[in-house]
Design a protein. Sequence first.
Length: 159
Amino acid sequence: MRLKLDLHPIYSDSHAIEAALRQVIDEAVAKRVKEVEIIPGKGSGALKKSVIRFLQRPEIRSRYHRMEKDSENWGRLSLHFRHERAEPASAPKPGSAAPSLCAPCVCCGSPLQTPAPEGEADGEASVTCPACDSPHRLTFRRVRRGDFQVQAELDYGDA
């Protein structure tokens, strides 16, 4: 599935442009769309530059995988999304004090666990795989109240 946003009708209203961009990105994330086509038009290029500046904001950039400028039509941009199958935060077991976050080891697939953070914070944790002893960095982001998106990657530091 692919979404398309044409900015021609609202080219002169910066607030409407930002609202439309946020809305299409929210919809792409919610519907797990792979690509969003944004058409700022050719014109002088000022609108395209402001759209790119908006898309490069850290809070927006974290929501999509990559941005591509169309080589055949320079009045068009594409946002590509990678919707990973993140394991949800594991539910607290009866008698356990705190919930934990779980992700598979990049090397062997064994479960990596770390305690869930308190509050609404996103963050990182360093974990060693119990099966293969490889160091990992777990990056977690709260996607909704009580649920986290967790991603594991190897972390050999500066070695």
